[in-house]
Write a protein that binds this ligand. Structure first.
Ligand SMILES: [Zn+2]
Length: 612
């Protein structure tokens, strides 16, 4: 939290050790392009990529909005961190050791207050822990914890305590430690009645769980009523140090393991996470009575790229798991779901079947996010009647159709066929039609641009479309123009003289002139007006090989697209040569610009490819 004076060598070594492509790649899909990487800019909305990452120079730059800088700047912009916070986050990931604690003389008033809050919370934790273990009043808390299966080891490791059922015991204790009531109140530990100075303990007759920030400082408490007091669970109020949407419990203990396993296990409750940790799940974290947010995911993304969701087996838990799966997918994180029997939460499962069964059957036996979404869908449908079955299959196929991997799609279609007794071929065809439709609607961000680009022709169209090469496409266009004035007008408007074969362009020019003179379509009559042996022969051969009934609107469209496609291919080739020249000349700015043009051309090409 230091505002200035982090030594230059610390900053440099953090930047040197950070893999900027890996860092940015966690949030932006990057595709290799020349010496760098290209992607869609996360800082402005765009459809063609202009966001460049140059690993050699350790920088990023967006030609669209001008955003740019090093890894520190990227974290500041993408996660809303301050300069020191961003360095600190990177130092943590890269293992650069540095004590970020500011010298008192350099602290702002806000920072001094934050330190006082933490100190007050740490003292309160000691007080609660002592009351639980060493006083008669703590007995009620002890019995509660024993009933819930907490060992002494867990109680100590998680510094669990007890707030006595007294009006102002913590208040008095904190005063003796040098924390006057107004400070303790701002820290969320005590409350005041009606804005007055009538202070009293906020937590009474509750088992107390300290809540740490990612650095391991106590910033808040969760208090659980042992009696009938309401609310059953009481959190510290939100302060500058404690915001529920930014806390994962207990990230400071779990982060090393999360980084090592590149996966975090998400639980719904603090008790679940504690019990799972005891069972051997060291990379588990829980949100504090709130749904998982994008902020939580951004925090986890610093340590891992994969999430395992382990929520309660009841309806509410499964609905929350479903939302989390969707959120992870949106954030581009891999996600799996560990399933619990109906009506059991992780804590209850471990108590009933033991830690080994929990690890083997739940944690190490997850289903993919796709499988989970289908299972979730199934619960919402009655499969006994045909209508319900059909509606389930259709919705499930929509999920499967969005998958990029053909192997995965086939796998799930087979599963659905087995489950529903519909024929595999029928389901496959229906799924392909859904894919066609989705693609026909244009880029709805369901398929990331770069995977789309890399996976050429993976989706076989349900109905094979005509795929003429540009040469035969041009011949078909000329035939159509000879047969119909409307076709000639359309081609003139769309293509003009842009035929790739010179002789074709010549015949087209004659045709435009022919109709412009007000003449009626008459193929053989037209051929007679050419007065050039070679062109006449060509026009005739075209008329012979392309019968009139082979032409319709769809064929015309396809042919026009094919010709345009060849146009783009030529331009692309030209650009690729330019790129190679620019790179040889080490003109990197120019090379990056050409790289963008290449991506745009490739994208246009791909889109054309999908239309025919
Ligand atoms: Zn931008």
């Amino acid at each position: 939290m230091r505002t200035g004076s982090i030594p230059e060598d610390v900053i440099q070594s953090v930047l040197e050790k950070t893999d900027i492509v890996e860092l940015i790649g966690r949030t932006v899909s990057l595709a290799r392009s020349g010496r760098g990487y290209l992607g869609l800019c996360p800082f402005h909305s765009e459809k063609t990529p202009s966001f460049n990452v140059l690993p050699e120079k350790r920088i990023f730059h967006c030609f669209g909005c001008g955003a740019g800088g090093n890894a520190i700047r990227f974290l500041m912009k993408s996660e809303g961190l301050s300069f020191p916070e961003a360095i600190r986050a990177l130092a943590e990931t890269t293992g650069v050791a540095y004590d970020f604690a500011p010298a008192p003389s350099e602290m702002t008033e806000e920072q001094r207050e934050a330190l006082r809050f933490i100190a007050a919370n740490e003292e309160a934790a000691k007080f609660f822990h002592f009351v639980l273990g060493g006083t008669e009043q703590g007995q009620a808390g002890y019995e509660y914890l024993k009933r819930r299966g907490f060992s002494q080891k867990l109680i100590d490791e998680f510094e669990i305590g007890f707030a006595p059922p007294l009006r102002d015991s913590l208040l008095q204790f904190l005063q003796t430690k040098g924390f006057p009531p107004p400070v303790a109140e701002r820290a969320g530990l005590i409350a005041a009645r009606n804005d007055s100075t009538d202070y009293f303990d906020r937590f009474r007759d509750r088992v107390m769980f300290p809540i740490w920030d990612a650095a391991g400082k106590i910033v808040a408490f969760n208090g659980r009523a042992v009696g009938d007091a309401q609310p059953k669970y009481l959190h510290s109020p939100e302060t500058t140090l404690f915001q529920k949407s930014k806390v994962l419990y207990p990230l400071h203990l779990a982060k090393a393991s999360i980084r090592k396993q590149r996966q975090a296990v998400l639980f719904e409750g603090m008790v679940d996470v504690i019990k799972a940790r005891e069972a051997g799940v060291e990379n588990g974290v829980a949100t504090l009575g709130t749904a998982l947010t994008e902020t939580h995911l951004a925090m986890l993304r610093r340590y891992c790229d994969s999430i395992l969701v382990c929520y309660d087996g009841d309806r509410a838990g499964q609905a929350a798991a479903h939302k989390t799966v969707l959120l992870c997918e949106k954030a581009g994180m891999k996600c799996e779901v560990a399933l619990l029997p109906e009506g059991k939460d992780p804590d209850e499962y471990i108590a009933a079947f033991g830690p080994d069964a929990f690890l083997a059957n739940v944690i190490r036996n997850p289903v993919s996010s796709t499988k989970y979404k289908i299972l979730y869908l199934k619960k919402e449908h009655t499969l006994q009647d045909d209508g319900g079955k059909l509606s389930f299959v259709r919705s499930a196929l929509r999920i499967v159709a969005a998958l990029e991997s053909p192997t995965e799609r086939e796998h799930y279609v087979k599963e659905l066929a087995g489950e529903t007794q519909y024929a595999f071929e029928t389901l496959k065809q229906e799924m392909n039609e859904i894919r066609q439709k989705v693609r026909g609607q244009g880029d709805k961000n369901e398929i990331p641009w770069n995977t789309d680009m890399n996976e050429k022709g993976s989706s076989a169209p349900a109905v094979p479309a005509l795929r003429p090469a540009y040469y035969s496409a041009e011949r078909q266009l000329l035939a159509a123009m000879m047969y119909s004035e409307d076709a000639a007008k359309l081609v003139q408007e769309k293509l003009g003289g842009e035929f790739h074969v010179e002789a074709h362009a010549a015949i087209a020019a004659y045709l435009y002139a022919y109709y412009a003179a007000g003449r009626e379509p008459n193929p053989s009559g037209f051929v007679g007006t050419l007065h050039d042996d070679a062109l006449e022969a060509l026009a005739s051969s075209i008329l012979l090989s392309v019968p009139q009934d082979a032409i319709n609107e769809k064929v015309l469209e396809d042919c026009l697209t094919e010709v345009r496609k060849h146009d783009l291919e030529l331009k692309l080739k030209q650009k690729q040569q330019q790129l190679a020249r620019a790179e040889r000349a080490e003109e990197f700015a120019a090379a990056a610009q050409i790289g963008i043009e290449i991506i745009t051309l490739e994208r246009e090409l791909k889109q054309l490819g999908q239309r025919i």
